[in-house]
Design a protein around this ligand. Structure first.
Ligand code: F3S
Length: 393
């Protein structure tokens, strides 16, 4: 791999051990992937920071790294952790609070923002053709497919190395030659974010290569976000070009690619395969905010629940970015209705205290993880339908 003189000096330890180790990691991974050089990045998003997921080995790795006194050299954000930073939700367990506080302290001492969200694009909007090094599959899919930025789907340790070095390796989706769709699929008309989520799960499962979607023009921001998060969960999609949405020129469609369409009946059949029917259990958990809710989505939910109360046996959990610790009254109607807002976390990267017999969510990604990993009975439905079912005047 060709390195600049500065990068050679970084590698040789002239600027300290931390920078040397970080550069070595990037060079090694880059060489394995055939990269010809390193490139500077303007924003790193670190994933895999929850103690519930990385446990003692992850904590020990970070503690050891901290001894070399590393500093992040670029704008760096972090994914949700396993605790509710507002300490107000009874649904998110406080079990690993102390351990998580150490992890957060280490990352912040290196220079990360206390973002604790899977929507780093809300804190700093990526530019077209900008090189990033992001972890968190849903955010990576948004960066490439909605904003037209360039990032691979990186793992936790690699994002830390990129944040220290301010660079990543020039391979994969950083190269225009790797951003060509091999399939074009026409989506059926969709009505809401749950249907978009379902389509995302289907695309993730059925297509392993870059697949352009047509018929997405007119989708709301929430539909795009849920679609991409779901496709990145059930498949390994980091770029799903949406015709009319993804900035032109940031991807290509290969000549003579296979073109097909999905009809509504196919999706209905798939729904029966992956989702339970929408109904209340004796104990029901509603989960909304995967990926985290933005302020405008929170406002919409608040309006929907204005003057309503949750039915008996219903727990309602909403998750928002770590930067939303003060909501300025936006949470008033939600709290009045009995909704819990957890900040900087989510039930997939934490432990929950309730044992629901059914989980209702509008997120395909949440359905994927809560049913596959956590073995809950999960039903996918739109927020409007969920609110109608679980609350009353
Ligand atoms: Fe975010 Fe947790 Fe979903 S990290 S994308 S809310 S699984």
């Amino acid at each position: 791999m060709h390195l600049t003189r500065v990068e050679e000096r970084m590698l040789n330890g002239e600027f300290g051990e931390a920078l040397s180790v970080a550069t070595k990691i990037l060079v090694k991974v880059g060489e394995a992937l055939g990269a010809s050089k390193l490139i500077e990045v303007s924003h790193v998003h670190i994933s895999g920071v929850s103690y519930s997921n990385i446990g003692e080995p992850g904590l020990e790795y970070l503690e050891k790294l901290a001894l070399t006194k590393p500093r992040f050299s670029v704008y760096t954000t972090v994914n949700p952790s396993c605790v509710d930073l507002s300490l107000s939700s009874r649904i998110i367990s406080l079990e690993n609070w102390e351990k998580q506080a150490i992890i957060n302290g280490i990352l912040e001492s290196m220079g990360s923002r206390a973002s604790y969200t899977c929507m780093p694009y809300l804190l700093r909007r990526p530019f077209m053709f900008e090189h990033l090094a992001w972890g968190e599959s849903s955010a990576v899919a948004m960066a490439n497919s909605f904003y037209g930025a360039l990032t691979n789907r990186e793992g936790g340790p690699l994002t830390i190395a990129a944040a220290i070095a301010g660079r990543t390796y020039m391979a994969g989706l950083h190269l225009m030659s790797e951003r060509s769709a091999k399939h074009v699929v026409k989506a059926p008309p969709l009505n809401n974010e749950a249907e978009a989520s379902l389509l995302g799960l289907y695309i993730g499962e059925e297509y392993s290569e870059i697949t352009q979607i047509t018929g997405a023009l007119g989708w709301s921001y929430s539909m795009v976000k849920e679609f991409l998060a779901a496709s990145a969960a059930s498949g390994s999609h980091a770029l799903v070009p949406l015709d009319g949405v993804t900035p032109r020129g940031t991807y290509a469609v290969e000549e003579g690619v296979e073109r097909s369409g999905i009809d509504k009946r196919e999706l209905e059949y798939y729904y029966d395969k992956v989702s339970k029917a929408l109904e209340l259990g004796e104990e029901t958990l509603v989960y909304v905010g995967c990926p985290h809710l933005s302020l405008s989505e929170l406002r919409q939910l608040s309006t929907m629940l204005d003057g309503r109360r949750l039915k008996r046996g219903v727990h309602f959990l909403v998750t928002v970015p770590g930067t939303y610790r003060a909501l300025g009254g936006l949470d008033l109607f939600l709290k009045k209705a009995g909704v819990e807002i957890a900040v900087g976390t989510c039930p997939i990267v934490s432990r929950i205290t309730v044992k629901p017999d059914v989980v209702l969510t509008n997120s395909g990604k949440a359905l994927f993880y809560l049913s596959k990993l956590h073995k809950f009975n999960v039903s996918l439905a739109s927020l409007v339908d969920i609110v109608k079912l679980v609350s009353e005047k």
